[in-house]
Design a protein around this ligand. Structure first.
Ligand SMILES: [Zn+2]
Length: 246
């Protein structure tokens, strides 16, 4: 199966969950306040929605199951997600996918250094294993957070395949969720991800998942520091930013 059978499912895209960086910091908007994150999850829970990792969301995307569900994803494997988001997910009984950069465990977001973005610690191997053990999903974000379209086909394939194998061996689980770093990819990378054994891949295209969407080009609903609760609901539940089919 390569297309989605059930539409209008939001897959939330988060990066960091932490206290805001000082004013003027680059990409400050990528960090959601722990209290905002907790409020968003508690409200969805109260409204009867179940937050799911990509692995757990798949039966809903395929139309095998129906229900009030939404996907929760985090890019890059930041330690502050382990610290601030994991307890909230556990409390709500939700699962989420975190896309790890296989060669940056216990490292930092070195790929952002040239953009003046502050360096923030990523989860260690032990923390990633703990993340997996608590029922959360480990997804892949390549070995080195590369710009896939700038690589040769062989290099791109190696980043996609080897990250799956390495992360899988660390958590003794099949890695089936992939996310294109920087949201950059070409059609050949979707094919490579599928051939490598992934079952889905997310992008930075905005909006909820629609029927007939490609499982290897899934859009997401971005949640930013500035996404206040009403806006959050508009994005999740009314498709406020759903893409228009071109
Ligand atoms: Zn990333």
């Amino acid at each position: 199966m390569r297309t989605v059978r059930a539409g209008k499912i939001p897959i939330l895209m988060y990066h960091q969950v932490d206290l805001p960086a000082p004013r003027g910091t680059q990409f400050r908007s990528l960090t959601v306040h722990p209290k905002s994150f907790a409020r968003q999850m508690r409200w969805m829970h109260r409204l009867g929605y179940q937050g799911l990792s990509m692995r757990d969301l798949m039966p809903y995307l395929s139309g095998e199951r129906e229900g009030k569900v939404f996907g929760i994803t985090f890019d890059d494997g930041f330690r502050n997600v382990y610290q601030h988001a994991l307890p909230v997910l556990k409390e709500a009984g939700f699962t989420a996918t975190n896309y790890f950069v296989a060669h940056q465990l216990d490292g930092s977001n070195v790929w952002d250094a040239d953009k003046n973005m502050p360096q923030t610690p990523l989860m260690s191997l032990a923390e990633m294993q703990q993340w997996a053990k608590s029922g959360q999903e480990v997804g892949s974000h390549t070995l080195n957070h590369v710009h896939l379209p700038l690589l040769s086909a062989d290099q791109a394939r190696a980043e996609i395949i080897r990250s799956r194998l390495e992360l899988g061996s660390h958590v003794q689980q099949e890695i089936t969720a992939f996310c294109y770093p920087f949201g950059e990819y070409c059609p050949e990378h979707c094919r490579m991800a599928q051939e490598a054994g992934y079952l889905n891949a997310t992008t930075t295209e905005r909006g909820r998942v629609r029927q007939q969407d490609d499982l290897f080009e899934l859009p997401r609903v971005g949640v930013w520091r500035s996404t206040y609760l009403l806006k959050f609901f508009q994005k999740c539940l009314t498709g406020h930013e759903d893409r228009k089919r071109g």
